[in-house]
Design a protein around this ligand. Structure first.
Ligand code: PGA
Length: 220
């Protein structure tokens, strides 16, 4: 992982048309020129190719990420997207988000396979854990601590607890640790501080590119 910290990840979830995704890239790209960290943009799979083309053609510094990868490699897996199919488009992939754990019963060993498949083709998994006891797949470098009570609720975890969980995670390995769950422009700066290496911003404040920019600006 060579990207500069802090990492600021935008997870758009199952939202937006291509036109809106395109506008998002246009709106957020300029702030990358002043931001010393890294913005990782995760739109839905159908928009990865066009987003990658747009980022390249406009010389944007936004990095592209997928919201998920399949636990299978290419083959007879209708509806799935194999890591190798998007390897030339994305640098990162979110794996183990609690919404996938809950809605799609994703558990160990599915998550291990997803991580391994992503790593095999050079995609850096952003592995989501719900607490400091959640098992972490092998060779993961980037972890996002995302307590489920904080996701989409406006109820951020306390700075004290975020710090404690990040410290505990870092004791388990040489991890880059992000926090996600109701991050806003009001709390981003106090959260994205040592030992926390960045933030994961979900639908609450990443869908509106202006709101997302305000979060990045608060870190400048
Ligand atoms: P939120 O989502 O920012 O809307 O709380 C975070 C996430 O789902 O990763």
């Amino acid at each position: 992982m060579n990207e500069a910290l802090p990492l600021v990840v935008a997870n758009l979830k199952a939202n937006k048309s291509w036109q809106e995704v395109s506008t998002w890239i246009d709106t957020v790209s300029p702030v990358c020129n002043t931001f010393t960290g890294t913005i990782i943009f995760c739109p839905s799979h159908p928009f990865l190719t066009s987003s990658a083309q747009k980022i390249k053609s406009t010389n944007s510094k936004i990095k592209l990420g997928a919201q998920d990868v399949s636990c299978f490699e290419q083959g007879a897996y209708t509806g799935e997207v194999a890591a190798s199919q998007i390897a030339d488009l994305v640098s990162f992939a979110i794996v183990g988000h609690s919404e996938r754990r809950q809605n799609f019963n994703e558990e160990w060993p599915i998550l291990q396979k997803k991580v391994a498949n992503a790593q095999a083709v050079g995609i850096e998994p952003i592995f989501c854990v719900q607490n400091d006891e959640t098992p972490i797949a092998q060779n993961v470098k980037v972890i996002a601590y995302e307590p489920t009570f904080a996701i989409g609720t406006g109820q951020t975890d306390s700075i004290e607890n975020i710090t404690k969980v990040a410290q505990n995670l870092k004791q388990k390995g040489d991890y880059i640790v992000l926090y996600g769950g109701s991050v806003s422009k009001e709390n981003a700066k106090s959260i994205a501080n040592d030992p926390v290496d960045g933030i994961l911003v979900g639908a609450t404040n990443s869908l509106d590119p202006q709101k997302f920019m305000e979060i990045v600006n608060s870190l400048l």
